[in-house]
Design a protein around this ligand. Structure first.
Ligand code: IMP
Ligand code: MG
Length: 182
């Protein structure tokens, strides 16, 4: 499918799932190398709902065990805007004393990443790193490093492979961008 309609918007195919999966496999190799000598498996803290497909394939491609946990942060913005953050599901596993890898679908402004980093450190995590499927070129203005990035894309609103517009489009296996977007 080259275009999909979600509510009032048309989206155009942008990144094929084959390229998404290869990018995740490359990232999994790096993460495996960085964590393979650790005494305890890292906690893969998956941000619901968007990071689910990414985290699933990432952990399957990593050649080491990871312990899964889930967290949900929501912003009041809705739609395509970013608003104030609140944690609606707390991490399902304690991160105290653990090496944590936060798995995100996309780090955009970095508000979510900063929030989760501070939360995990306050809970006594041993280390906290970010693994994200996507960042957008020149958008992130934060100071925290984004440790692991699978793909750096242009600044367009995207859906698919977990990413949504108003809860729709997460199931799409390819990544699509908004048609009106430059
Ligand atoms: P941040 O806190 O600004 O970094 O925003 C991260 C969250 O914004 C992501 O987890 C997504 O839910 C959402 N987001 C940012 N850009 C997009 C996009 O292009 N499509 C869909 N969701 C997005
Ligand atoms: Mg999200």
């Amino acid at each position: 499918m080259q275009t999909v309609q979600i509510k009032e918007y048309s989206f155009v195919k942008y990144i094929d799932k084959v390229d998404v999966l290869s990018a995740i496999e490359r990232l999994a190799k790096t993460i495996t190398n960085d964590y393979k000598n650790n005494a305890e498996p890292p906690v893969l803290l998956v941000t619901l709902c968007g990071a689910m497909p990414f985290a699933t394939y990432l952990s399957q491609s990593m050649e080491l065990e990871s312990h899964w946990a889930f967290v949900k942060c929501s912003s009041y913005g809705g739609g395509m805007a970013s608003g104030d953050l609140t944690m609606t599901v707390e991490p399902t596993v304690s991160v105290k004393g653990r090496d944590v890898i936060v798995a995100e679908d996309i780090v955009d402004t970095g508000k979510t990443w900063l929030y989760l980093y501070n939360y995990c450190m306050a809970e006594g995590a041993k280390s906290v790193k970010m693994a994200t499927l996507i960042t957008k070129i020149d958008v992130y203005k934060g100071t925290l490093p984004i440790d692991y990035v699978a793909m750096e894309l242009e600044d367009k609103f995207i859906v698919g492979f977990g990413l949504d517009y108003d809860h729709c489009g997460r199931h799409l296996s390819h990544i699509y961008h908004l048609k009106e977007s430059k």
